[in-house]
Design a protein around this ligand. Structure first.
Ligand code: ATP
Length: 364
């Protein structure tokens, strides 16, 4: 039995406040079922609510708490009605990515059994690919530095060798791990190397990294063509790696293919820290109604346990993560549990109950 994990919990805003506790409860139950002690949960404030209450969206105490934790579980942040004096929205989750240098945005698109995507081809209901989004530079490097003048505005894209190398390396290592599990073993650079100097540079760095991973198949694609292929033949992808903005867009497209944002988990991983959070935002339009689908948050928590297993070399964490993922699949498998975003009536409570019941059945 390992020492108890210390997890930073950031519920944030909107539906984040509704989906966090059920996720924490599931993590504790899964850990204990695998013979591990309950984790020590450190609840921290950040986001729009924190800004109103404390005058800061990402207080230093929260950053310190995140740095001290073994992993960080974040729900959702932001509220269009609460803004900085310059009118911009609060995006503390992105500030945290820069603060902790979380350069690899991992956005898996894995179909959950019983949750059909929008495509007719049955192969589109058994998807398993990952979009890796570079998360510290690209067009987002311009955050807070954009220039606006009379009749003109500019944001600048920044692509560095260091930033590209490390995220491409991450993608190839992930493809290796996946290949060992029987998956394709392929990485595709998604770029626009035919048009932008910054993207041609990205592709050169990608090729350089690829040459050090000869066991993994290398592919290139232009972002516009790949957006179309993701809709036409999404089952052909394995690992895709791309710059920040393209990744932002393509990961939402990927979420759409597996049943919507409520089903799409994600992780932002750096060399020293990692944040796990659903792909969706705070969904202010449904906050407080109980309609939110907590599955993406549950799956993100499961990813967290799997990452912790690798980091700490504790196999029981991977078992706990798999137990959660399997329970989610069990809950949806017969197709009767349909979330509100997909036209059903299951919200936080019904989905939480169904996943807990499935987990209890697996624990026996
Ligand atoms: P952000 O920019 O912070 O990612 P956003 O404005 O793009 O946020 P979301 O907050 O993710 O958007 O919401 C987009 C739409 O998806 C909204 O209509 C919202 O209600 C819906 N949605 C998002 N997450 C969920 C969820 N977990 N369950 C149900 N519906 C959701």
């Amino acid at each position: 039995m390992a020492d108890p994990l210390q997890l930073a919990i950031l519920p944030g805003d909107g539906i984040g406040l509704e989906i966090t506790q059920p996720s924490v409860d599931l993590v504790q139950k899964a850990l204990m079922a695998c013979g591990e002690p309950e984790a020590y949960m450190v609840w921290l404030e950040a986001g729009a609510n924190a800004y109103v209450k404390l005058g800061e969206a990402l207080p230093q105490a929260t950053i310190d708490g995140c740095r001290a934790a073994d992993a960080i579980l974040l729900a959702a942040m932001g509220d269009p009605d609460i803004r900085y004096p310059d009118g911009t929205e609060i995006i503390a989750q992105i500030d945290l990515r820069f603060e902790l240098d979380l350069y690899a945005g991992v956005r898996p698109a894995r179909s959950v059994a019983g949750v059909a995507g929008p495509l007719a081809d049955p192969r589109a209901n058994a998807l398993d690919f990952v979009v890796i989004r570079e998360s510290t530079e690209g067009l987002f490097a311009s955050l807070g530095k954009g220039m606006r003048e009379e009749g003109e505005a500019r944001d600048t894209q920044v692509i560095t060798r260091k930033g590209t190398q490390r995220v491409c390396d991450f993608a190839f290592r992930l493809a290796q791990q996946r290949k060992a599990q029987g998956k394709r073993g392929q990485v595709m650079s998604v770029d626009k190397a035919n048009v932008f100097v910054s993207m041609a540079f990205w592709r050169d760095v990608f090729d350089d990294v690829a040459s050090r991973h000869p066991d993994i198949e290398k592919r290139h694609g232009y972002v516009d063509a790949i957006a179309m292929e993701m809709v036409r033949r999404p089952w052909e992808f394995d690992v895709m790696v791309t710059e920040n903005m393209y990744g932002d867009i393509l990961s939402d497209l990927a979420a759409g293919l597996i049943g919507g944002l409520g089903m799409a988990p994600s992780a932002d991983i750096g060399d020293d820290h990692a944040v796990f959070q659903p792909c969706h935002g705070s969904a202010p339009d449904i906050a407080g109604t109980g309609k939110a689908n907590p599955t993406a948050m549950f799956l993100s928590a499961a990813m967290m346990l799997e990452w912790l297993a690798q980091e700490k070399g504790v196999e029981a964490y991977a078992q706990a993560g798999k137990l959660m993922t399997d329970a989610i699949d069990d809950a949806f498998r017969d197709g009767t549990l349909v979330s509100t975003e997909r036209g059903g009536d299951a919200g936080v409570e019904a989905i939480t109950q169904a996943v807990n019941a499935a987990l209890d059945r697996r624990i026996g």
